[in-house]
Design a protein around this ligand. Structure first.
Ligand code: WQD
Length: 345
């Protein structure tokens, strides 16, 4: 019988790509999603890509009793990959209580589920925002955790502390926290990808929507930073590489005999400026992108990119896809969305 894995937020951007890679690695994902920030058609697309349709538990991770009831009908569940969280940095500063309650409450509930059903693996979706503006680059997992720039980033730091403390009290827990840098791109089939609700906060979906004529022009936030071209530098990672890292993390945790709590940076290990991303995109779609320079965005760090040696040495994982691969797949996904007239609104 195939191992089952609970994937909270499994209909979301990174969650759906991870389900595809889990199925390809002979796992059966069980998706918990309340579709607050995802669409039901993504489940059909996962089935179309893989030939397997995951079970869906349409439940809010804050609803512990309902979670427990629905999960009790399964056996052979090996662990949990916990994506479900609110993730809009800007919104988190406007509505901090919503972010603290949801992101921390859902993590605590999933750990309680893990304990109730004696699952062992817990893979947590974290973020490089826990580092703030690192003093040294590339940033390693031992780099100091600076006060996060937003309540969103703070919830990720607090959740890591909750998991760490719980792992000290529960020697059977095999927990891994994955600190994502900047996930971009889409599945090469153009059947799944990012579905920002409303105007995108993130750079790449704003670029593709501008190129598709949905947005008038891209604002590049800041052109006077202390970088080679004055724009911020980030570590962009293809979402399919990121999804594959979750399978590697699951196998890593399953292979361990005793309890653990390990943290891994997931990035390409390379930094690219906003202008470099724009120029790479223009080369791919062979047209000029309409953009202007605007004031800096509050909360942006100037430069952050990952040291990815630990994931390579301990999990045998590294990125295989390039920035251009990701931008091409992001653009093809945008074109497919427009063709199918699927709106993100
Ligand atoms: C990248 C760069 C912007 C939009 C955030 C979260 C992080 C993770 C990824 C959840 C910055 C610039 C952007 C635009 C721009 N999310 N930019 N014009 O802020 O690095 O990371 O998203 O896990 O946790 O913090 O990503 O794509 O928003 O910005 O100039 O319209 O692009 O200023 O320099 P960010 P981003």
């Amino acid at each position: 019988m195939k191992k089952k894995i609970i994937v909270t937020g499994g209909a979301g951007y990174i969650g759906s790509h991870t389900c595809v890679e889990l199925i390809a690695s002979n796992y059966e994902p069980i998706i918990i999603d309340n579709f607050y920030n995802s669409k039901h058609f993504i489940i059909d697309r996962i089935e179309e890509i893989t030939g397997f349709r995951p079970d869906i538990l349409d439940t809010n991770c804050l609803n512990y009793e309902q979670l427990r009831l629905k999960i009790s009908s399964y056996n052979n569940i090996n662990g949990i990959i916990h994506f479900a969280a609110y993730k809009a940095v800007g919104e988190s500063t406007q509505k901090p209580l919503k972010y603290y309650q949801n992101n921390i409450g859902s993590t605590i509930n999933m750990l309680k589920i893990l304990e109730d059903f004696k699952f062992s693996s817990f893979i947590f979706s974290s973020s490089c925002t826990v580092y703030g503006q690192p003093k040294q680059l590339p940033v390693t997992e031992e780099s100091p955790i600076l006060l996060a720039e937003s309540p969103y980033g703070r919830t990720k730091q607090i959740c890591e502390d909750v998991i760490s403390d719980y792992s000290k009290a529960n020697s059977t827990l095999k927990a891994v926290s994955l600190r994502y840098f900047n996930p971009i791109g889409a599945h090469p089939s153009s059947l799944i990808g990012e579905l920002p609700l409303g105007a995108p906060n993130n750079l790449v979906p704003f670029i593709t929507q501008t190129a598709a004529g949905i947005r008038k022009e891209l604002s590049i936030f800041g052109h006077d930073y202390s970088t080679s071209d004055g724009t911020c530098i980030r570590d962009y990672i293809h979402v399919v590489d990121l999804a594959r890292a979750h399978v590697a993390a699951l196998k890593f945790s399953e292979a361990k005999k005793n309890g653990l709590f390990e943290i891994f940076n997931l990035g390409s290990g390379q930094g690219n400026s906003v202008l470099e991303v724009v120029q790479a995109f223009e080369e791919i779609c062979e047209e000029k992108l309409n953009y202007k320079f605007s004031p800096r965005r509050p909360g942006d760090v100037v430069e952050v990119y990952a040291n990815v040696e630990k994931a390579k040495n301990e999990m045998g994982w590294e990125t295989k896809l390039s920035l251009k691969d990701a931008l091409k797949d992001a653009w093809n996904w945008e074109l497919a969305l427009r063709k199918n007239l699927i709106t993100n609104e």
